[in-house]
Design a protein around this ligand. Structure first.
Ligand SMILES: C[S@@+](CC[C@H](N)C(=O)[O-])C[C@H]1O[C@@H](n2cnc3c(N)ncnc32)[C@H](O)[C@@H]1O
Length: 340
């Protein structure tokens, strides 16, 4: 078992060089002494030992790294499907509480029951849904197919917040996790928030649970999502702060009251003038948009400027964040905009 022994100060640079040459042996641990480090290697071709002042040693008692548990490997080991389909088994999935959502390649459909059973066993899911693709335009209902189990209502825990939802009816985008966490911290004490597209409480709940807004008006147009929103405010003990409102935010969002407005809807530019009216004397809008990368940041900034002009308000774009890639060449971004 070959290793290179080098002075501690030079170890990090040598590690980088060995990594570049693909010579690190990742199965063994580095041995760190008072003065020297032993770096496990697969070979020494192309390494100038003199330059590093390093010597090669045979490790008599190498320390193996603990193997990282890989559920996908266990799934592959437990599934009986033709060898040429194994490479098509999904390596990523969504888990909402104990409801698992899988995207399946068409060629795996013939084996979908078996595939669902083994994924459920290994990942501890009670129900498995296939994500057939896409979500509907306005209410964002996912297109899913039941593969295993019956119950599709799950309680998902994230960042100390509980989200109860029916995975057959309601989307939950795991790619937005950083934004949900950011929103948990963004509120100033005493903020009056209007969440214009509240869903089941994606942003309203972390704000109310982790910050100290005075009030969060959470407007949702889809009665199914609204039912869960109401339940989730109680589930998280924030029913005194979050006030769910059923209906179209264009009509139902209160005007002239907010210090903060959340617009977590990807086709929201027509709602920007309303958001400008929802803000009181001054405040901040968190405006989401799906935008081709080559039109960033001009298009979303332009949309905000147009709305401000229309409503005779002053704006300053404080920040623009890319939340995730939505499709090839298209990004989901959020702009923080100060309005006065
Ligand atoms: C895409 S979801 C929000 C997703 C969320 N940003 C996340 O992190 O997963 C947007 C929500 O806005 C709701 N919605 C759409 N148009 C609306 C409107 N005019 N007024 C109120 N809610 C609306 C939809 O029903 C949906 O629940």
């Amino acid at each position: 078992m070959l290793a290179l022994r080098v002075e501690r100060e030079k170890a990090e640079d040598l590690r980088l060089e060995l990594s570049r040459l693909n010579l690190l042996d990742s199965r063994r641990k580095f041995l760190v002494g008072d003065e020297f480090v032993e770096i496990p290697v697969l070979g020494m071709e192309g390494v100038d030992l003199a330059k590093w002042g390093a010597v090669s040693v045979e490790q008599e008692e190498p320390v193996e790294r603990a193997e990282v548990y890989d559920p996908h490997k266990e799934i592959v080991d437990n599934l009986q499907i033709p060898d040429d389909l194994v490479g098509l088994l999904p390596k990523k999935w969504e888990m909402l509480g104990d409801v698992l959502i899988l995207k399946l390649n068409e060629e795996l459909r013939e084996y979908d029951t078996e595939v669902a059973k083994v994924y459920a066993e290994v990942l501890g899911a009670a129900t498995v849904l296939e994500d057939v693709g896409g979500v509907s335009e306005v209410i964002r209902k996912p297109d899913v197919r039941l593969l295993l189990g019956e119950r599709t209502v799950a309680t998902h825990r994230e960042n100390g917040v509980l989200y109860k939802l029916d995975a057959k009816e309601i989307m939950f985008s795991s790619g937005n996790i950083d934004e949900r966490i950011r929103m948990a911290k963004v509120c100033d004490d005493g903020d009056i928030v209007v969440d214009m597209f509240a869903g089941i409480g994606y942003f309203s709940l972390p704000m109310a649970v982790h910050s100290r807004p005075e009030k969060v008006y959470a407007v949702e147009i889809n009665p199914v999502a609204f039912g869960f929103l109401e339940g989730n405010t109680k589930l998280n003990g924030v029913e005194n702060v979050v006030e769910p409102i059923l209906g179209d935010c264009l009509e139902m969002a209160p005007e002239g009251v907010a210090t903060r407005v959340v617009m977590g809807y990807l086709s929201g530019q027509n709602y920007l003038p309303k958001a400008m009216r929802v803000i009181g004397e001054r405040g901040t809008i968190h405006y989401h948009e799906n935008c081709p990368n080559e039109l960033l940041p001009d298009r979303p900034v332009g949309n905000v400027k147009d709305a401000a002009r229309k409503e005779d308000r002053k704006i300053e774009v404080l920040n623009q964040r890319r939340i995730k890639s939505y499709a090839p060449g298209v990004s989901h971004v959020v702009l923080d905009v100060h309005v006065s």
